[in-house]
Design a protein around this ligand. Structure first.
Ligand SMILES: Nc1ncnc2c1ncn2[C@@H]1O[C@H](COP(=O)(O)OP(=O)(O)O)[C@@H](O)[C@H]1O
Ligand SMILES: [Mg+2]
Length: 222
C-alpha cells in the first residue's frame, strides 16, 4: 500500500546565475512498512527529500502525497499536524533539547502529538508512557539526566524513543549512524529494523555501505 508519493519534484536553490537544481522532476512512491535507504554523494539532495516529506521545505514544485493526501497544498498548521501525528525524525546530530532532561525530551514529543488528538492523553499517562519507552530502550538509569551526559548511542536511543512514544507511522532518519562507531551503529540499526518489522515505514539517508542490507529498497541519487 502506498504511503508517500513524490510527484515531479523539482527543487532549486539560489537565484538567477547562481541557481542550483538539486532535484529535477523526481518521482518516487514509498510503500507502507518498507525500509528505504537513500544514498548519493554529498549535495545530491538526500536531506532535501526528507525536508520535503516532513513539510519543512516549501519552496519546490511538484507534489508530495502522504497517505494519498496532497500535503504540498497544506498550510503551515496542516503540515505541523501531519508531522506531529505521523512522522518521527532522527538526525545524525540527535537534535535533543539539551536544557531538558532525557524524560522531558520524550514527554514533549507526546505532548506535541496530544495537541492534535481528539481524546487527550492525561499528563500522568504521558509520563508513564515516556518512562516505559525509555526503559524499553535500556535508558532507565538515565531518564533524569541531561542529554549532554549521554553517549552518542544513548542520545540516538532517546531520539528513537521520541518516535516510539508518539507511535508514528513514518520515520525519517538523516544519517542516524553517521556519528557512531560500528558496534553502536549495529545496535541502532537493529532497533530501527525492529520498528520496521512492527510496520513502520523507514526512510533513511546513509553513506555507510556496510548497513545497506537492512533496506528493502535503495534509492541512488546521482
Ligand atoms: N539553504 C540552502 N541554500 C543554498 N543551497 C543549499 C541550501 N541547502 C542545501 N543547498 C544545496 O543543495 C544541495 C543539496 O543539499 P542536501 O539536500 O542537503 O544534500 P545532501 O543531504 O544529499 O548532502 C547541496 O549542493 C547544497 O549545497
Ligand atoms: Mg544531508
Amino acid at each position: 500500500m502506498e504511503c508517500i508519493r513524490l510527484e515531479e519534484i523539482t527543487k532549486k536553490y539560489g537565484k538567477d546565475k547562481n541557481t542550483v537544481t538539486v532535484l529535477d522532476k523526481f518521482n518516487y512512491t514509498f510503500e507502507k512498512g518498507k525500509f528505504y535507504m537513500i544514498r548519493g554523494a554529498s549535495g545530491s539532495g538526500k536531506t532535501t527529500i526528507l525536508n520535503i516529506i516532513n513539510g519543512l521545505d516549501e519552496e519546490y514544485t511538484g507534489t508530495c502525497y502522504i497517505n494519498n493526501e496532497n500535503v504540498t497544498n497544506k498550510n503551515e498548521k496542516g503540515k505541523a499536524k501531519i508531522r506531529a501525528l505521523d512522522m518521527g525524525y532522527i538526525h545524525q546530530e540527535y537534535l535533543l533539547l539539551e536544557d531538558l532532561s532525557v524524560l522531558e525530551n520524550v514527554k514533549i514529543r507526546l505532548k506535541c502529538k496530544n495537541k492534535y488528538l481528539k481524546e487527550k492523553i492525561t499528563s500522568k499517562s504521558i509520563k508513564e508512557k515516556s518512562i516505559k519507552v525509555l526503559e524499553s530502550l535500556g535508558l532507565k538509569d538515565h531518564i533524569n539526566k541531561s542529554p549532554k551526559e549521554l553517549s552518542g548511542g544513548q542520545k540516538q536511543r532517546v531520539a528513537i524513543g521520541r518516535c516510539l512514544v508518539s507511535d508514528v507511522e513514518i520515520i525519517l532518519a538523516d544519517e542516524p549512524t553517521g556519528a557512531l562507531d560500528s558496534k553502536i551503529t549495529i545496535e541502532i540499526m537493529d532497533l530501527l529494523k525492529g520498528l520496521n518489522k512492527e510496520g513502520k515505514t523507514i526512510i533513511m539517508v546513509t553513506h555507510d555501505i556496510s548497513i545497506l542490507d537492512y533496506a528493502d529498497e535503495i534509492i541512488n541519487l546521482i
